[in-house]
Design a protein around this ligand. Structure first.
Ligand code: CTP
Ligand code: MG
Length: 425
């Protein structure tokens, strides 16, 4: 219902969208990159690092108020370069001069935010290839949880503490370590307060906000949000942009369809649909609830070999059925220890990989959760943004009760029904 807007919907949407601002800091010199131009103005994929970053922001679901913070002598050229793009995306634009440090540059952006802005995302232009869905997800998480949100990735390398002379002192337990990225999102009042009271220099906004005694939480990061720092990073970015362009121009490489091509031979361009359902009982112990890819603090958990995320599993089944690849049970067998206790995201990412490897891309997915708890509505946007990002396609999440009937009505468990559309690549 929430998207069924009446007369004046466009104005309403505009006023809602301007409640989110994205400050893109692009005023650094890029010493480590060693290019003649400031880093954000270095050529990338036919445009610049900054243009790539801006295109991610302007593809957000809700057009934001965009603030670009650039070197003082680039303010006018940047405004001319991006005004039309922002306008076409329905976003408002401000361009201001940065300061001597990243922190001063963010402060310069904060200083010009319109009063209507409630949620602020701060983003490094140097993370030029950050997908729009990560912006959506961070914004949705800030709005749902009302505190700071940072995208974070697990640290995959073994980490050592090393002395100045290079001698290894110890191996650090990496299980609680995360590498954090941008965009980092905050309720506007928290960020204003933290910046007004900051006494030290910090390398990211989450550290500054945490130093002010405010809560910051993580959401899953994205490898494509890596920071262009040294020349090798720029080469990696060039390669990724080139691959993206090639895929868009000619379609993805068509691997053979899952059934050997028999049905596709007759209708090579037909999309395919699939349906999936899943049921999990509530657990008797105090295990946490994971549903629709999200952790639900304070809610009773679901039992299962994995985390019991019925919504994620129904989506996997729908996608696998659409591609003719079998079902969750046959692909992710309970004997496979890799999936014991795994979260829905792991299954979804692997399912997406299998679907794409079989020559399809995901068109869209819907999933409906049937149960009394948890109440979905407050976190629906968050769930949709997360699932959409993992699958690289729009995911709609709905919920209903079963009018007190059956096992869902008695509160014994949760069911989920999903439909997926996939199209030949
Ligand atoms: N930044 C900024 N103002 C500064 C310093 C940095 O707006 N005074 C921005 C950069 O443009 C970049 C982001 O902060 O988008 C992250 O900083 P970093 O990657 O360190 O970029 P640079 O400072 O430009 O690079 P270097 O440290 O190698 O000089
Ligand atoms: Mg720097």
């Amino acid at each position: 219902m929430r998207r069924r807007l009446g007369p004046g919907a466009r104005d309403y949407a505009r006023s809602v969208s301007s409640a989110i601002a994205v400050i893109v800091v692009a005023a650094g010199s890029g010493t480590r990159l060693g290019h003649a131009e400031p880093k954000a103005f270095v050529p990338l994929g036919g445009g610049t690092v900054l243009a790539e970053a801006v295109s991610g922001v302007l593809a957000m679901r809700q057009a934001p108020h965009l603030v670009l913070v650039v070197p003082g002598d680039r303010v006018e050229t940047a405004r001319e370069r991006f005004a039309a793009d922002a306008g076409a995306a329905g976003a408002s634009l401000d361009v201001v001069a940065g300061g001597a440090s990243r922190q001063e540059s963010v402060a310069a952006g904060l200083a010009v935010l319109p009063a209507s802005v409630q949620t602020v995302l701060v983003h490094d232009a140097a993370r030029a290839l950050t997908p729009a869905l990560l912006f959506d997800e961070v914004a949705a998480a800030v709005q749902a949880r009302r505190h700071g949100i940072v995208p974070a990735l697990d640290v995959v390398d073994t980490v050592k503490r090393v002395a100045d002379d290079g001698r290894v002192i110890e191996t650090v337990d990496r299980s609680s370590l995360r590498a954090v990225q941008t965009p980092q999102g905050f309720p506007r009042a928290s960020l204003d307060h933290a910046y007004a009271t900051a006494r030290d220099e910090f390398t990211d906004d989450a550290a500054l906000v945490a130093a002010a005694g405010l809560v910051v939480e993580t959401v899953p990061g994205d490898v494509r949000a890596f920071k262009i720092t040294v020349p090798a990073d720029l080469r990696r970015a060039e390669q990724l942009v080139a691959e993206r362009r090639a895929a868009a121009a000619v379609g993805r490489p068509a691997a053979g369809p899952a059934d050997g091509g028999a049905s596709e031979a007759a209708h090579p361009a037909l999309p395919r649909i699939g349906t999936g359902t899943d049921v999990h009982a509530f657990a008797d112990d105090d295990s946490p609830l994971w549903l629709a890819g999200l952790h639900w603090p304070g809610e009773r958990g679901l039992s299962g070999h994995s985390d019991g995320d019925a919504a994620a599993h129904a989506v996997c089944d729908a996608l696998l059925a659409a591609a003719g690849l079998g079902d969750v049970g046959s692909i992710f067998g309970t004997a496979d220890v890799r999936f014991a206790g795994a979260h829905g995201e792991v299954f979804l990412a692997e399912t997406r990989r299998l679907v794409e490897a079989s020559g399809y891309v995901i068109g869209n997915v819907t999933v409906q959760i049937v149960g009394n708890r948890p109440k979905l509505a407050p976190r629906r946007d968050e769930a949709e943004a997360l699932l959409s990002r993992v699958l690289g396609a729009p995911v709609s999440v709905a919920a209903t009760t079963s009018d007190a009937l059956g096992f869902t009505g008695r509160g014994e468990g949760v069911a989920a029904v999903a439909t997926a559309l996939i199209v030949p690549a």
